[in-house]
Design a protein. Structure first.
Length: 477
């Protein structure tokens, strides 16, 4: 744990134990700095984290106080975290799409409680302001900009994206940035740029089902590597896989991995990039949740440690600002020309109106203020979800506690079949994402991914109680 995390944990323990009660004043920044021997900035970071978790709140010119309405998990023993995965050693052909389409197709009903959704709630985003930016951007549109929106994409938008990289300490040249139709297109283009049919690609275990679908579409084989629910892919297991197989690429999500929510520590990301550089294996980095961190600082992407152009960093605005606008990008390093050509040969260009709207929004400012509000909302919603799982799910349930994003990975007793649970939940108006869709060989049959990113969903807690009851019944046989 970092210093601010240790201090935040110490204050949280005082709150959970009742030593600090609702309404009590938390030690001032100056007092905590003096008594704990840490800097004021470290204390502020700890208090920002506790504030995001809903445990304390600031009063202007008065200090920090314990929240009057504490999260439901305060004082409650949370479930243990899931165990690290143990995937098969060999490579696997991928045929997952039929199952994925079955699961996703059955969850499109808007009346369902979307615990299985891959998207956060639309109410979390500045929809009206984005609409105004879309209108404003199109009114100012120079007809020639339609041509300028062709790959690599709108120049002003790419400059603003490069600026955000720089502000977070990652040097990215606008020349390697290519605007795409969401991050999924960026990821698929990167995969196609560095592989040929029959090649082997490393993925995490479990992994995002869309990565498996991309491998299936391109007739590629998957090697799933053990992944820890808190710290990400096992580097020793990855090194072994690289030695055993002729790996052509790695598709990984080092920050807030879907579905686990794991976050690789900074030094581990640095070691990952160095390991792949020694083997000259490209890293396709899926970083769509990187802005959704609950700690004060954005975790650096693996791209920040790349000195050889081997990391293709993919992200988008879909999960953090503008769902449905389908604006993503890739900082493609040494593969930028290949990715740009593939973009031209397939979908030609990302939509000009969407690029204009996002460019206008970023130019006006306020993005970071929106992000702070979004993160606070998601952190509070995670507490609600963890409390519901602790109360209602069967004994022996394990659940992740991510430091960002909006997914929980829930490991149920081995006798619970996740597909059966998913189908029973649908009958009660609830969608789930069963664990079988997150592996090429459909393992994780007793796990589910739960989306807690819909704070306006009135039936959220009731849905968790229903899923917990169904899981308890399945666990009893």
């Amino acid at each position: 744990m970092k210093r601010y995390e240790r201090h935040a944990d110490a204050i949280a323990q005082l709150i959970h134990s009742g030593a600090l009660r609702p309404g009590d004043r938390v030690p001032s920044v100056r007092e905590a700095s003096r008594t704990r021997g840490i800097s004021p900035s470290t204390v502020f970071e700890a208090y920002y984290l506790l504030e995001a978790q809903g445990l304390i709140h600031a009063r202007p010119r008065s200090g920090y106080y314990v929240s009057t309405h504490l999260p439901a998990t305060a004082g409650q023993q949370p479930p243990a975290e899931p165990l690290p995965s143990q995937p098969a050693v060999g490579s696997t052909g991928v045929a997952i799409s039929d199952l994925v389409f079955e699961v996703l197709g059955s969850a499109r009903d808007r009346d369902l409680v979307p615990l299985g959704s891959a998207f956060p709630g639309l109410e979390l985003f500045p929809v009206e302001r984005l609409a105004r930016c879309l209108s404003s951007g199109m009114r100012k549109l120079d007809p020639w900009s339609i041509v300028q929106s062709l790959p690599p994409g709108d120049e002003r938008l790419r400059q603003q994206i490069a600026l955000r990289y720089g502000l977070h300490g990652t040097a990215v040249d606008t020349g390697e940035l290519i605007i795409t139709n969401g991050a999924m297109e960026a990821l698929n283009l990167c995969l196609e740029a560095v592989t040929r049919p029959g090649d082997i690609v490393v993925v995490e275990s479990p992994t995002f089902y869309a990565a498996l679908q991309a491998l299936e579409r391109l007739n590629l084989k998957a090697v799933e590597v053990a992944t820890h629910p808190r710290e990400g892919i096992d580097l020793a297991a990855l090194a072994e896989a690289l030695a055993r197989h002729p790996v052509k690429a790695c598709w990984l999500m080092p920050s807030f991995q879907n579905p686990l929510g794991s976050l690789m520590p900074e030094e581990k990301k640095r070691a990952l990039v160095a390991l792949l550089a020694r083997h000259q294996v490209p890293l396709i980095e899926d970083d769509v949740y990187g802005e959704l961190h609950f700690a004060p600082e954005r975790p650096p992407p693996a791209k920040a440690f790349d000195t050889e152009g081997l990391v293709m960093h993919c992200s988008s605005f879909s999960k953090c600002l503008a769902p449905g606008y389908r604006v993503g990008w890739v900082a493609a390093g040494r593969f930028a020309n290949a990715v740009q050509r593939l973009k031209l040969m397939t979908t030609l260009a990302a939509a000009t109106p969407s690029q204009q709207a996002l460019s206008e929004y970023l130019a006006q400012g306020g993005y970071d203020r929106h992000l702070r509000q979004l993160r606070r909302s998601l952190a509070r919603q995670q507490e609600r979800a963890l409390a519901g799982i602790a109360r209602h799910f069967p004994a022996g349930t394990r659940v992740s506690r991510p430091e960002g994003g909006y997914f929980l990975w829930v490991e149920l007793p081995a006798s619970v079949n996740a597909l059966t649970l998913h189908r029973q939940a649908l009958a009660h108006g609830i969608s789930l994402a069963p664990g079988q869709i997150f592996s090429a060989d459909q393992r994780f049959a007793h796990c589910v991914r739960i989306n807690y990113g819909h704070p306006a969903q009135e039936r959220f807690e009731e849905a968790l109680a229903t899923v917990g009851r169904l899981a308890r019944e399945l666990a009893l046989g």
